[in-house]
Design a protein around this ligand. Structure first.
Ligand code: UDP
Length: 249
């Protein structure tokens, strides 16, 4: 376990179990999801997760271009995670960053696990995610929105992909870290995404080190929270199709 810095005076979880923003340790930030918000895309979603705001658009399956990127065995998932210049406190350089390339790769690989890609050889499925505001957890917000957009596009899926961040701040194990918590001196931040029905882990990254006991304590909290995210994803899709058009709030 990483040593907790003695100069750390911020109390990340108080004696009543409340966090800096008033949440309980296992509580998600407020999440809103709408399916079918971009008419020009085959499938789309808009998601707000705390301060994070993301749009996801799906195009395909369509002939894979350039052709050398195609596979004769499956559809190729091309996931593009992009942050708007105004989505972070310091202006984001519009040039693709190493971080955006990494997030695009891990999210694309996670999403592929949920799709019957083998049914669509020589095609591509393009997923474009635009982050317009962020406050930590944006890759999981993007993947959650992209999964709804994929289902909205009618692409055959074996499951959804849903996730949350889990980790530690101020010595306490917590779910869905915001930026202030991610910046704690002893922070461990674990973006986690699973297939909610099989519980297969499809994305797990780890920034920091924690003990086995801490992991065993926090993982079940994360899995429970992810099932709530999954319900919200399904509700967003049902709301669109119940009204036979874009849901109006
Ligand atoms: N962030 C930032 N500038 C950047 C990249 C990220 O301010 O160039 C912020 C942004 O709010 C993001 C947070 O740092 O949500 C955490 O970033 P991280 O790389 O951990 O990814 P995320 O938690 O968003 O998946």
């Amino acid at each position: 376990m990483m040593a907790k810095k003695t100069e750390d005076k911020i109390v990340y979880v108080d004696s009543k179990g409340k966090r800096l923003d008033g949440r309980k340790v296992e509580e998600l930030r407020p999440i809103k999801i709408r399916a079918g918000v971009i008419p020009s895309a085959d499938g789309s979603a808009y998601l707000e997760w705390g301060q994070n705001k993301v749009f996801a658009a799906v195009h395909g399956p369509r002939p894979c271009l350039p052709k050398h990127t195609a596979s004769p065995y499956k559809a190729v998932i091309k996931f593009d995670y992009k942050m708007a210049t105004f989505s972070v406190p310091d202006r984001k350089n519009p040039r693709p960053s190493r971080r955006e390339i990494e997030i695009s790769k891990v999210c694309g690989e996670a999403l592929e696990k949920a799709i019957f890609v083998e049914r669509f050889p020589n095609t591509e499925i393009v997923v474009i995610v635009a982050v317009i505001d962020s406050d930590a957890g944006s890759r999981i917000a993007s993947l959650t929105a992209a999964s709804v957009a994929m289902a909205d596009a009618g692409i055959p899926m074996r499951d959804m992909v849903a996730g949350t961040g889990i980790g530690r701040a101020g010595g306490k194990m917590i779910v869905d870290l915001n930026k202030a918590e991610e910046d704690a001196p002893d922070a461990v931040d674990i973006p986690l995404a699973i297939l909610p029905n099989s519980k297969e882990i499809v994305l797990l990254q780890m920034d920091g080190i924690m003990t086995k006991k801490e992991w065993e304590d926090v993982y079940p909290l994360g899995e429970k929270a992810i099932m709530q995210v999954y319900e919200l994803q399904k509700n967003a899709l049902k709301a669109k199709y119940a009204k036979n058009g874009v849901e109006e709030k």
